[in-house]
Ligand binder design. Sequence first.
Ligand SMILES: C[S@@+](CC[C@H](N)C(=O)[O-])C[C@H]1O[C@@H](n2cnc3c(N)ncnc32)[C@H](O)[C@@H]1O
Length: 180
Amino acid sequence: MGHESCRLWDEDWREWVTDRARGLVLEIGAGDGVNLSYYHLDAQVIATEPDSESLELISEYEDNVTLAQADAENLPFPDGSFDAVVGTLVFCTIPDAARALQEVRRVLKPNGSLRLVEHVRASNRIGRALMQLANPVWHLMTGGCNINRDTLEAVRAAGFQVRQVNRQKMGLIVGIDAFK
Ligand SMILES: C[S@@+](CC[C@H](N)C(=O)[O-])C[C@H]1O[C@@H](n2cnc3c(N)ncnc32)[C@H](O)[C@@H]1O
C-alpha cells in the first residue's frame, strides 16, 4: 500500500508517529491499517483493533506485522512486553481512555516509547465550552468519537514523561512523544 497523503501538518504525521518505533511495537486501534506501511522493516509490529470488520480489511500485510483483536483497555499481553506503542486518532474514541493508558503503560518496557497523534479539545475557554456542548451530538453522529478530550493531560496523568509535543491546527491536533 502506498503512503496516503495525510498532511494535518507540514510533514507527513504518519511518518512522524511511526519513525521511532523499533523493536517490538504495539499499535492500538489500527483501524484499516493506514499506518502499517510506514513502519521500519526492522520493527516487529503487533497491530490491535477491536473491530473485526476493520481487521478483515488488513488481513494481508507486510511480514513484520501481526494482527490481534483487542480493546486498548484490555491488552492481551504481559507486562513490559513492548519497546514502543503507537496510536493515531484513537484516544478520541476509546471509551475508557484512562484505563487504556494504564494498559499501554503496563505493556511497555521501562523507558518504552509512546507516540500518538490525536485531535483534542480547544485550549481556550470558549472553544472548550463549545466542544463540551457539541460533544453528545458529535459522539452520536460519528459513532463514538469525542471532541472534548484532553489526551495530552491524560497521558501525563497516566504517569508518562512527555518528551515532545507537536501542536498543529491551532492546537487541535497534537503529536505526543512520551516515554514510560
Ligand atoms: C478514527 S479511527 C482511527 C483509525 C486509525 N488509527 C487511523 O489513524 O486511521 C478510531 C479507531 O479506534 C478504534 N477503537 C474504538 N474503540 C477502541 C478501543 N476500546 N480500543 C482500541 N481501539 C478502539 C476504532 O475501532 C477505530 O478503528
